[in-house]
Design a protein around this ligand. Structure first.
Ligand SMILES: Nc1ncnc2c1ncn2[C@@H]1O[C@H](COP(=O)(O)OP(=O)(O)O)[C@@H](O)[C@H]1O
Ligand SMILES: [Mg+2]
Length: 306
């Protein structure tokens, strides 16, 4: 576990030469393709350990350079049980190879699609892991900005406590407490209202622009928690503008199926996370102290509890 000071970890992840990379790692089959990347399995030649290598061609699309730099900036300081860990990286012409620990379980979106929805206890175990990882990121001045079911993965198949946060391509390391962000990013169903409002401010009126900060991640966690329990999203419209209008008004409901059978504590936490005003929104640390998480505390103990 890191000591909370980003600078103390900065040098833990080495940049290596492409020759060193080839000497150390033997590339294997493709694991998956992401939005910006190809991810392959690889073997550490000296130890026979399996790892994952995320390969991005920074020439293949205009945004890729920025994505890679943000990912490297964040991963250089991340060291937590619920965050994927980088081991090394190297550049070869326009390609960057990012070596991370291999996660062997399913991506959360595949797991939940197959199950349709999960129990409150399962949702609490998963949400608890995400909250711990994100509270850690925030305490290290990192905003993730792209939390969604596709960017979460189980390290050990079938062990919900081993959930890891992946994909730091939209992450931003803030330099000081007052730093704010103005880049429009995130996936439509999970995006926080303050990001949408920023895009709707009249042109040429900077005073109308509400910058955003860490609280965008808490909103996305609220969407994820809702989706895990319900099996459908709180904001889901074919017409994106209609969906964005609902998000900025915080307009979502708890339809009887399954919400009549769900605890008030779960609904309270979802409402706290899906609070439109980012200053009033529950943050990950507060969410960890919520009565819903406390209700499940016995089941949450053991395993990866840090
Ligand atoms: N450490 C890992 N272990 C196993 N599979 C991984 C790992 N990291 C990523 N993947 C797989 O690759 C996919 C894309 O990775 P991701 O980091 O989300 O890339 P992108 O930024 O291109 O979306 C993931 O959805 C997952 O299936
Ligand atoms: Mg991704």
């Amino acid at each position: 576990m890191a000591d909370g000071n980003p600078l103390s970890n900065m040098l833990l992840v080495p940049q290596i030469s492409f020759e060193e990379f080839q000497q150390e790692y033997e590339m294997r089959e493709i694991l998956d393709r992401g939005t910006y990347s190809l991810v392959r399995k690889a073997v550490v030649r000296s130890t026979k350990e399996l790892v994952a290598v995320k390969i991005v061609d920074t020439k293949s699309f205009p945004a890729a350079g920025g994505v890679v730099q943000r990912e490297l900036d964040a991963l250089a300081v991340v060291q937590h049980d619920h965050c994927i860990q980088m081991r090394a990286y190297c550049w070869k012409k326009s390609y960057v190879y990012i070596v991370v620990n291999l996660a062997r379980g399913e991506v959360l979106v595949d797991w939940i699609t197959q199950k349709k929805r999960c129990t409150e206890l399962e949702a609490a175990i998963i949400t608890n892991a995400i909250l711990k990882g994100v509270a850690y990121l925030h305490s290290n001045k990192i905003v993730h900005r792209d939390l969604k079911l596709d960017n979460l993965m189980f390290d050990v198949p079938g062990d919900l406590r081993t959930l890891k946060i992946l994909d730091y391509g939209f992450s931003k390391v803030l330099q000081s407490a007052g730093d704010v962000l103005t880049t429009v990013c995130g996936s439509p169903q999970y995006v926080a209202p303050e990001i949408i409002m920023m895009t709707q401010a009249p042109q040429g009126s900077p005073s109308q622009v509400i910058p955003y900060t860490y609280a965008v991640d808490a909103w996305s966690i609220g969407v994820i928690m809702y989706m895990l329990i319900a099996g459908y999203a709180p904001f889901d419209e074919e017409d994106e503008m209609l969906m964005f209008n609902k998000i900025v008004r915080g307009e979502f409901t708890f339809p009887s199926d399954p919400w009549n059978n769900i605890s008030n504590e779960a609904k309270e936490l979802i409402c706290g996370l899906l609070t439109v005003n980012p200053y009033r929104r529950v943050n990950p640390q507060q969410a960890l102290e919520s009565s819903w998480i406390s209700m499940h505390s016995r089941a949450l103990q053991g395993g990866l509890g840090t």
